[in-house]
Design a binder for this molecule. Sequence first.
Ligand code: HEM
Length: 186
Amino acid sequence: MKGIIFREFINLVETKFSIETADSIITASRIKSNGSYTSIGTYPTDEMVALVNELSNISKVPVPALLNTFGRHLFKRFTDIHAMYVTPYTTVFELLRLLDNHIHVEVRKLYSDAELPSFTHEMINADCMLFIYRSKNMLADFAEGMLQGCIEHFNEAIHLERHDVTAGNDAHTRFTMTKEAHVIAS
Ligand code: HEM
Protein backbone atom coordinates (compact mmCIF):
# COMPACT_ATOMS: atom_id res chain seq x y z
CA MET A 1 0.00 0.00 0.00
CA LYS A 2 1.31 3.44 -0.91
CA GLY A 3 2.82 5.68 1.75
CA ILE A 4 0.45 8.51 0.81
CA ILE A 5 -2.43 6.44 2.19
CA PHE A 6 -0.57 5.77 5.46
CA ARG A 7 0.38 9.42 5.84
CA GLU A 8 -3.20 10.52 5.32
CA PHE A 9 -4.34 7.94 7.88
CA ILE A 10 -1.81 9.04 10.54
CA ASN A 11 -2.72 12.72 9.93
CA LEU A 12 -6.40 11.91 10.35
CA VAL A 13 -5.71 10.05 13.63
CA GLU A 14 -3.69 13.02 14.89
CA THR A 15 -6.53 15.42 14.05
CA LYS A 16 -9.57 13.36 15.09
CA PHE A 17 -7.95 11.76 18.15
CA SER A 18 -4.54 13.15 19.15
CA ILE A 19 -0.84 13.07 18.32
CA GLU A 20 -0.37 10.82 21.39
CA THR A 21 -2.96 8.34 20.03
CA ALA A 22 -1.14 8.23 16.69
CA ASP A 23 2.16 7.56 18.50
CA SER A 24 0.54 4.88 20.67
CA ILE A 25 -0.91 2.90 17.79
CA ILE A 26 2.41 3.04 15.92
CA THR A 27 4.25 1.71 19.00
CA ALA A 28 1.63 -0.88 19.94
CA SER A 29 1.32 -2.32 16.43
CA ARG A 30 5.13 -2.92 16.27
CA ILE A 31 5.19 -2.21 12.56
CA LYS A 32 8.49 -2.50 10.72
CA SER A 33 8.35 1.01 9.24
CA ASN A 34 7.90 2.50 12.71
CA GLY A 35 5.40 4.90 11.19
CA SER A 36 7.90 6.69 8.92
CA TYR A 37 6.14 6.78 5.55
CA THR A 38 7.09 8.63 2.38
CA SER A 39 4.23 9.35 -0.04
CA ILE A 40 5.72 7.34 -2.90
CA GLY A 41 7.08 4.48 -0.76
CA THR A 42 5.26 1.14 -0.64
CA TYR A 43 4.54 -0.65 2.64
CA PRO A 44 2.77 -3.89 3.56
CA THR A 45 -1.02 -3.53 3.68
CA ASP A 46 -0.77 -5.58 6.92
CA GLU A 47 0.69 -2.45 8.55
CA MET A 48 -2.53 -0.57 7.82
CA VAL A 49 -4.57 -3.47 9.20
CA ALA A 50 -2.41 -3.47 12.37
CA LEU A 51 -2.72 0.31 12.83
CA VAL A 52 -6.49 0.28 12.38
CA ASN A 53 -6.83 -2.67 14.79
CA GLU A 54 -4.80 -0.83 17.44
CA LEU A 55 -6.85 2.33 16.93
CA SER A 56 -9.98 0.26 17.40
CA ASN A 57 -8.56 -1.23 20.64
CA ILE A 58 -7.75 2.21 22.03
CA SER A 59 -10.83 4.10 20.83
CA LYS A 60 -13.36 1.24 21.12
CA VAL A 61 -14.65 2.27 17.69
CA PRO A 62 -15.18 -0.88 15.55
CA VAL A 63 -12.72 -1.43 12.67
CA PRO A 64 -15.37 -1.15 9.89
CA ALA A 65 -16.49 2.27 11.19
CA LEU A 66 -12.87 3.49 11.32
CA LEU A 67 -12.19 2.31 7.74
CA ASN A 68 -15.42 3.93 6.56
CA THR A 69 -14.51 7.29 8.13
CA PHE A 70 -11.05 7.06 6.64
CA GLY A 71 -12.44 6.33 3.15
CA ARG A 72 -14.80 9.31 3.33
CA HIS A 73 -12.01 11.55 4.51
CA LEU A 74 -9.56 10.28 1.87
CA PHE A 75 -11.91 10.96 -1.03
CA LYS A 76 -12.17 14.57 0.17
CA ARG A 77 -8.39 14.79 0.44
CA PHE A 78 -8.00 13.41 -3.10
CA THR A 79 -10.29 16.15 -4.43
CA ASP A 80 -7.66 18.50 -3.04
CA ILE A 81 -4.25 16.82 -3.47
CA HIS A 82 -5.20 14.96 -6.68
CA ALA A 83 -7.78 17.46 -7.96
CA MET A 84 -6.90 16.78 -11.61
CA TYR A 85 -8.40 13.28 -11.30
CA VAL A 86 -11.70 14.54 -9.92
CA THR A 87 -12.39 17.95 -11.49
CA PRO A 88 -13.16 16.61 -15.01
CA TYR A 89 -16.32 14.99 -13.60
CA THR A 90 -19.58 16.57 -12.52
CA THR A 91 -21.56 13.58 -11.24
CA VAL A 92 -20.94 10.45 -9.17
CA PHE A 93 -21.88 8.06 -11.97
CA GLU A 94 -19.67 9.90 -14.45
CA LEU A 95 -16.63 9.55 -12.16
CA LEU A 96 -17.34 5.95 -11.23
CA ARG A 97 -17.78 4.87 -14.84
CA LEU A 98 -14.19 5.94 -15.47
CA LEU A 99 -12.62 4.95 -12.14
CA ASP A 100 -11.25 1.57 -13.17
CA ASN A 101 -10.26 2.32 -16.76
CA HIS A 102 -9.08 5.85 -16.36
CA ILE A 103 -8.56 7.30 -12.85
CA HIS A 104 -6.87 4.31 -11.24
CA VAL A 105 -4.90 3.72 -14.47
CA GLU A 106 -3.51 7.27 -14.21
CA VAL A 107 -2.85 6.68 -10.51
CA ARG A 108 -0.72 3.66 -11.43
CA LYS A 109 1.43 5.90 -13.67
CA LEU A 110 1.96 8.21 -10.72
CA TYR A 111 2.60 5.46 -8.16
CA SER A 112 4.04 2.65 -10.30
CA ASP A 113 3.56 -0.25 -7.87
CA ALA A 114 0.14 0.80 -6.56
CA GLU A 115 -2.03 -2.16 -5.58
CA LEU A 116 -5.32 -1.04 -6.98
CA PRO A 117 -8.65 -2.76 -6.63
CA SER A 118 -10.75 -3.81 -9.60
CA PHE A 119 -14.14 -2.24 -10.16
CA THR A 120 -16.74 -3.25 -12.68
CA HIS A 121 -19.99 -1.45 -13.17
CA GLU A 122 -23.30 -1.94 -14.85
CA MET A 123 -26.05 0.63 -15.39
CA ILE A 124 -29.30 -1.05 -14.28
CA ASN A 125 -31.05 2.03 -15.67
CA ALA A 126 -30.17 5.73 -16.02
CA ASP A 127 -30.68 6.25 -12.26
CA CYS A 128 -29.23 3.07 -10.86
CA MET A 129 -25.66 1.79 -11.02
CA LEU A 130 -24.31 -1.54 -9.83
CA PHE A 131 -20.68 -1.17 -8.81
CA ILE A 132 -18.63 -4.25 -7.95
CA TYR A 133 -15.45 -4.16 -5.87
CA ARG A 134 -12.81 -6.87 -5.95
CA SER A 135 -9.42 -6.71 -4.29
CA LYS A 136 -7.01 -9.04 -2.58
CA ASN A 137 -6.94 -6.41 0.17
CA MET A 138 -10.68 -6.78 0.82
CA LEU A 139 -11.11 -3.23 2.06
CA ALA A 140 -14.83 -3.00 1.30
CA ASP A 141 -15.47 -0.76 4.33
CA PHE A 142 -12.88 1.63 3.03
CA ALA A 143 -14.30 1.43 -0.52
CA GLU A 144 -17.77 2.19 0.87
CA GLY A 145 -16.36 5.24 2.68
CA MET A 146 -14.74 6.43 -0.58
CA LEU A 147 -18.08 6.04 -2.36
CA GLN A 148 -19.88 8.00 0.37
CA GLY A 149 -17.18 10.69 0.19
CA CYS A 150 -17.72 10.84 -3.56
CA ILE A 151 -21.51 11.18 -3.16
CA GLU A 152 -21.00 13.96 -0.59
CA HIS A 153 -18.51 15.71 -2.84
CA PHE A 154 -20.96 15.96 -5.74
CA ASN A 155 -23.78 16.67 -3.29
CA GLU A 156 -26.12 14.20 -4.94
CA ALA A 157 -29.03 12.37 -3.34
CA ILE A 158 -27.90 8.80 -3.95
CA HIS A 159 -28.92 5.81 -1.86
CA LEU A 160 -26.07 3.34 -1.36
CA GLU A 161 -26.72 -0.31 -0.63
CA ARG A 162 -24.02 -2.89 0.03
CA HIS A 163 -24.00 -6.63 -0.35
CA ASP A 164 -20.89 -8.70 0.50
CA VAL A 165 -20.50 -11.94 -1.45
CA THR A 166 -18.10 -14.04 0.61
CA ALA A 167 -18.88 -17.60 -0.45
CA GLY A 168 -16.82 -19.33 -3.13
CA ASN A 169 -13.53 -18.27 -4.73
CA ASP A 170 -14.77 -14.97 -6.07
CA ALA A 171 -15.29 -12.84 -2.96
CA HIS A 172 -16.51 -9.37 -3.88
CA THR A 173 -18.77 -6.59 -2.73
CA ARG A 174 -21.72 -5.30 -4.72
CA PHE A 175 -22.70 -1.67 -4.22
CA THR A 176 -26.03 -0.59 -5.66
CA MET A 177 -26.39 3.17 -6.04
CA THR A 178 -29.79 4.61 -6.77
CA LYS A 179 -30.71 8.25 -7.28
CA GLU A 180 -33.01 9.00 -4.35
CA ALA A 181 -36.15 10.03 -6.20
CA HIS A 182 -36.06 6.55 -7.71
CA VAL A 183 -35.55 4.51 -4.54
CA ILE A 184 -38.45 2.11 -4.25
CA ALA A 185 -39.66 1.79 -0.66
CA SER A 186 -39.25 -1.79 0.55
C1 HEM B 1 -15.21 6.81 -5.37
C2 HEM B 1 -14.05 6.69 -5.99
C3 HEM B 1 -12.96 5.76 -5.53
C4 HEM B 1 -13.06 4.54 -4.93
C5 HEM B 1 -14.33 3.79 -4.55
C6 HEM B 1 -11.70 4.08 -4.70
C7 HEM B 1 -11.36 2.92 -4.05
C8 HEM B 1 -10.10 2.55 -3.67
C9 HEM B 1 -9.81 1.44 -2.78
C10 HEM B 1 -10.84 0.55 -2.12
C11 HEM B 1 -8.45 1.40 -2.63
C12 HEM B 1 -7.63 0.45 -1.71
C13 HEM B 1 -6.89 -0.61 -2.42
C14 HEM B 1 -7.63 -1.93 -2.48
O1 HEM B 1 -8.80 -2.05 -2.07
O2 HEM B 1 -7.02 -2.91 -3.00
C15 HEM B 1 -7.90 2.48 -3.44
C16 HEM B 1 -6.56 2.77 -3.54
C17 HEM B 1 -6.07 3.93 -4.10
N1 HEM B 1 -6.78 4.87 -4.81
FE1 HEM B 1 -8.77 4.83 -5.19
N2 HEM B 1 -10.80 5.00 -5.20
C18 HEM B 1 -11.53 6.05 -5.69
C19 HEM B 1 -11.03 7.20 -6.25
C20 HEM B 1 -9.73 7.53 -6.30
C21 HEM B 1 -9.25 8.81 -6.78
C22 HEM B 1 -10.08 9.97 -7.29
C23 HEM B 1 -7.91 8.77 -6.68
C24 HEM B 1 -7.02 9.91 -7.12
C25 HEM B 1 -5.79 9.98 -7.00
C26 HEM B 1 -7.53 7.46 -6.12
C27 HEM B 1 -6.25 7.02 -5.82
C28 HEM B 1 -5.93 5.87 -5.14
C29 HEM B 1 -4.57 5.56 -4.64
C30 HEM B 1 -3.30 6.41 -4.77
C31 HEM B 1 -4.67 4.32 -4.00
C32 HEM B 1 -3.55 3.56 -3.27
C33 HEM B 1 -3.01 2.38 -3.99
C34 HEM B 1 -1.98 1.66 -3.11
O3 HEM B 1 -1.92 1.91 -1.91
O4 HEM B 1 -1.18 0.85 -3.60
N3 HEM B 1 -8.67 6.74 -5.92
N4 HEM B 1 -8.91 3.14 -4.07
